[in-house]
Design a protein around this ligand. Sequence first.
Ligand SMILES: [Ca+2]
Ligand SMILES: [Ca+2]
Length: 452
Amino acid sequence: MKVHFYLLFFTSILVLSGCGGNSLDSSSNDNNQVQDNNDINSGNTTSSSICSALPDPTGSTITVTPGDVDQLASIVGSAAEDTTVLLQDGTYNLNGSSLRFTTPNVTLRSASGNPEAVILDGNYQTNEIITVAASNVTIAEITVQKAYTHPIHVVSSDQNGDTVNTLIYRVHVIDPREQAIKINPHQAGFKVDDGEISCSRVVLTDAGRPNVNPTISGCYTGGIDAHQARDWVVRDNYFAGFWCDSGLSQHAIHFWTGSRGTLVERNVLVDNARGIGFGLLNSRSNVRTYTDGVCPESGGLYIGHYEGIIRNNFISAANPDLFNSAVGFDCGLCIASACRANVVHNTIMSNDSSFASIDIRYAGTNNSNILNNLMSHTIRIRNGATDNDIRSNLEDIATDVVVNISEADLHLNVSNASQAIDSGILLDAGTADSDIDEDSRDNSPDIGADEI
Ligand SMILES: [Ca+2]
Ligand SMILES: [Ca+2]
């Protein structure tokens, strides 16, 4: 049984908001834009059974309407543990305010379960729209758009120490001015671990692109930017549009500065300058290290990412505007100073140029497995990357091996995919037992993310 718990304060704002709704009137343009964004998701292969609606809330609930937006920050900030804040449909114009979660076990979600129907709009006035600074916080089934910096920022804090078990589920993150989802440890050394980002859409649209922060390489944006984060899961998401006319965007998905154990699977990435990155540089200060002897072969080398799996992802580039931008399509999988990574069964397709379908870089990238990947361009191995197991990949493959690159459907086109079908090597159990559709792989695995 659900327990509904309303403070008198909240009851009063609910009553007041019942005859309001002014903020709803201004939402039509934004709703249209989000609908447009959704239209480009036609290539998303995730099934509804994988990304089903969240179960009903447990514990206390507080229902909020768009008319309550001026109180939303205080409602979130004062919510007790085991509280769910339910947002009624409409656009919440934050007008510079930010939502900061400092109490564990608090959930923010739409009442309807429809992410497109509840929009938290920063209108480039709010810096961070949502800051998660406590453990076991869930953000679900809403749209978060137009933050001046980060729509969602997960941090550790002096107050709560480590932040663990963040869940970002069925959230649409649209047109950030900087990185869409930022994960940062507090400088005192507390960590931000064990989170999950799934079934979400993270998109930079043509309308939003001119608003990107031009400082720092000219294109200071990206999808997920995670520092020193351990054991995060990123699955069944859709990322699109992270590039700029000038400057190099950060990756759609990036874990670095000593992150570890990241699992990145079944994501669809469309028209991003850089796809999935483990690590980045070959030296950097302020990185996380471990005392358990992980990656003993790398002794003394700079490591940007330890262990982890990248599997069963579709990464495509087909937008002429991306190719005509200053940098174009840089890399689909960008592996730099990443030890003991498993990079297996991904499909990377570009119908124009690409610097590298898979970039394997720096001596810190060692003892990693690059196996059974299917790509339109090549694997580049450079800057001292050695001692990796790179086999059974198909490079320089024509894009008609997949169903439709322009619609980001990189399933194998059976009539043209004989090179890929049953051509892979059998991987250790548990490495990639199923494909992007969650179909089981047979004992003659098909190369790429799709098993026929
Ligand atoms: Ca097969
Ligand atoms: Ca399949």
